[in-house]
Design a protein around this ligand. Structure first.
Ligand SMILES: [Fe+2]
Ligand SMILES: [Fe+2]
Length: 390
């Protein structure tokens, strides 16, 4: 590899650039950006004359978009400037695979993003760690295993979201902003679980074994390979749609049920607060995914709507029948500590398993309701047993 080492040559090359020549000659006249007319009048400037008034709360995306006289475009521009900006005729265009609004948008994305930024919290500062109290040893062990398992699960969205985010056309910046906030949330969840394991006399537990039924390789696709291949052969852009179903509507939703349970069972203000805060974050992730699918099914071109609906039912049947995603409900390294926490001691495990059975029935019922909201009616079609199979 030849390394350029001649500083003089470098200077000459820079000074030969047309703009640098102009500036060296004392010609400081601003370029087209200064004189161009807005696009509405046939120019290359973007838009002009926005009369937005920031209010007491500042500038929220919800109000900004509502006040804008230009609707969000149906197709992305393939540019990295703001979607209302103009572009020089020779500006480079980028080929983002997810470049249609219906492919990425979610009904509540602006308000979800605003909620996400206003509710960021610190795992260091905002958890009342000083309120932790020593637990009976079996309870501390169960809690440590439970959060060790959840720590593992946080990697699923954390590792895979950026892959899809980079494919979303920047014209839909609200979607990218929300996905970034989700990445920040997932990192904080890993952090807080990681800290909790060490903070009360216990320590990190065991990585789940093969029964985990997570069955995916985040370096390829988050979906099990066979299912991912089938989906991609019909439509290569459906990977992201399938992602929202598989990760946000099953995985994160089941985990949200776990968190709710964690808050309920927490024995001190510290554990309760940890699960309460995580729950709020997780509810946003589930809501984004659910409302995304709904938006897709209501706004895609007609034929694609029908095809996508058929694909989602195929995906739902395949995931329900194979335990993909729902394997979280059968994962010993999560469910056994769960039962022990609910039991209160090893002596009353029967009682704990009764709670787990109820949890199963609730999780399935909530899943069916969520599918309903997303526009994939599964009642009467869902392959999962409504009652716990144990
Ligand atoms: Fe999370
Ligand atoms: Fe999440």
């Amino acid at each position: 590899m030849a390394t350029p080492i001649d500083k003089k040559e470098t200077l000459q090359r820079i000074q030969a650039l047309p703009q640098v020549k102009r500036w060296r000659e004392g010609n400081y006249e601003p370029g087209a950006w200064f004189t161009a007319k807005p696009a509405e009048d046939g120019g290359i400037w973007g838009s002009w004359g926005h009369r937005f008034q920031p209010n007491r709360r500042g500038v929220s995306l919800v109000e900004l978009n509502r006040a804008d006289r230009h609707p969000i475009p149906a197709a992305g521009l393939g540019l990295m400037v703001d979607r209302e900006a103009g572009a020089a005729p020779d500006a480079p265009r980028y080929d983002y695979p997810l470049n249609q609004k219906y492919q990425v948008w979610s009904y509540n994305v602006e308000s979800l993003y605003e909620e996400a930024v206003s509710r960021q919290w610190s795992a260091t500062r905002d958890i009342p760690w000083d309120k932790l109290e020593p637990l009976p040893e079996d309870q501390e062990r169960a809690l440590c295993q439970f959060v060790s398992f959840l720590h593992t699960v946080e990697f699923v969205p954390g590792d895979t979201l950026p892959f899809y985010m980079a494919r979303v056309d920047p014209s839909f910046s609200e979607v990218r902003l929300f996905m970034s906030s989700q990445c920040a949330d997932e990192a904080r969840h890993m952090e807080v679980f990681g800290k909790r394991m060490y903070a009360n006399g216990g320590g990190p537990g065991v990585e789940p074994g093969a029964e985990a039924l997570l069955q995916f390789d985040p370096r390829k696709s988050v979906l099990p390979q066979e299912i991912a291949r089938t989906v991609a052969t019909v439509n290569p852009t459906w990977d992201f749609l399938a992602y929202s179903y598989f990760v946000q509507m099953i995985g994160e939703a089941v985990v949200l049920d776990f968190f709710r349970f964690g808050e309920f069972l927490g024995r001190n203000p510290c554990d309760k607060e940890m699960f309460r805060r995580i729950m709020q974050d997780e509810a946003r992730h589930v809501s984004f995914g659910t409302m995304r699918i709904k938006y897709y099914l209501e706004n895609a071109p007609r034929q694609e709507r029908e095809d996508a609906s058929e694909m989602l039912h195929y995906l739902a049947s395949a995931c329900e029948a194979s335990g993909t995603g729902f394997g979280l409900l059968l994962q010993p390294s999560a469910i056994e500590p769960f039962a022990l926490l609910a039991a209160g001691s090893v002596g009353s495990l029967d009682k704990g398993w009764g709670v787990v059975r109820e949890f199963w029935a609730n999780a399935v019922e909530e899943y069916i309701n969520r599918c309903e909201r997303a526009g994939i009616p599964r009642r009467g079609r869902c392959m999962l047993p409504e009652e716990a199979p144990f």
